[in-house]
Design a protein around this ligand. Structure first.
Ligand SMILES: Nc1ncnc2c1ncn2[C@@H]1O[C@H](COP(=O)(O)OP(=O)(O)OP(=O)(O)O)[C@@H](O)[C@H]1O
Ligand SMILES: [Mg+2]
Length: 241
């Protein structure tokens, strides 16, 4: 167990069910999970085991039914709605499994959103968005609408949007699922660089065994619980690929 001050994320005895009565699905069952500052943790497990639910609870977009979630020492359940929104804006970048790009905005505008929400001047936001897009290999596509891009290109826009304000906590749900090997490696190197700062942390859900080597630790999840944590990622087998 890590000391409290070295933890970026601490999830203790969290329950989460969807629906009620007979039809309720218990997605998280007394789940424990932790991620330390300065590390990149991957979360693997079969479809439906609760990975996205756990990420959403850490990100504060879903509320736990029971248990405690602390992110950088803040207990999420103790924050008001406004405080939680501000906390997320200042601390979090999220790459959604379904990308969640805004179809009516250009690619550059989509990536600029976190900076605009921080109140930076519009021109600076767009310039930084363009720089970030170039880093993920999308130079020249800045003015395109997201729907005109391939799945892999849309995924890179979603990654650029999550990284553009260098959030202390980056949470990615299957960030390389639509990417070829080389593009996936480029994106993972950018993400790993972000995690290297001592006060930052990256949590990635993935089925992609090609990127396991970028992890400091890999947590296995099964049926709503973390069942095993590998401190050496090379010890994990590739059943999750
Ligand atoms: N909004 C929802 N309403 C009802 N049930 C849900 C909802 N979200 C998730 N579930 C259920 O909770 C369980 C965990 O879902 P979750 O999306 O967390 O799985 P996952 O591990 O991310 O799966 P995948 O690898 O397919 O993305 C599943 O049984 C799912 O059907
Ligand atoms: Mg999922």
């Amino acid at each position: 167990m890590s000391s409290a001050h070295s933890l970026a994320v601490s999830v203790r005895s969290v329950d989460k069910a969807f629906g009620s009565g007979e039809a309720a699905v218990r997605a998280l069952k007394q789940t424990h999970f932790e991620a330390r500052k300065g590390e990149l943790v991957m979360l693997v497990g079969p479809s439906g085991c609760g990975k996205t639910t756990l990420l959403s609870i850490i990100a504060g977009t879903l509320h736990a039914d029971a248990g405690e979630v602390e992110v950088f020492g803040k207990k999420l359940h103790s924050l008001s709605h406004g405080e939680l929104t501000r906390f997320r804006l200042n601390h979090l970048g999220f790459v959604f499994q379904s990308f969640n790009l805004i179809p009516t905005l250009s690619v550059a505008e989509n990536v600029a959103i976190p900076l605009i929400l921080h109140g930076l001047p519009h021109a600076e936001c767009l310039e930084r968005a363009r720089d970030m897009l170039a880093r993920v290999g999308l130079k020249g596509r800045e003015e395109t609408r997201p729907n005109a891009l391939s799945g892999g290109q849309q995924q890179r826009v979603a990654i650029a949007r999550a990284l553009v304000h260098t959030p202390p906590l980056l949470i990615c749900d299957e960030p390389t699922s639509a990417l070829d090997k080389d593009t996936g490696a480029t994106v993972m190197e950018i993400i790993r660089d972000l995690s290297r700062a001592p006060d930052r942390c990256v949590i990635i859900v993935t089925h992609d065994h090609r990127i396991f080597k970028y992890a400091d630790r890999i947590a296995e999840m099964e049926d709503g619980r973390i069942t095993r944590v590998h401190d050496d990622p090379s010890t994990i087998d590739t059943q999750y690929s």
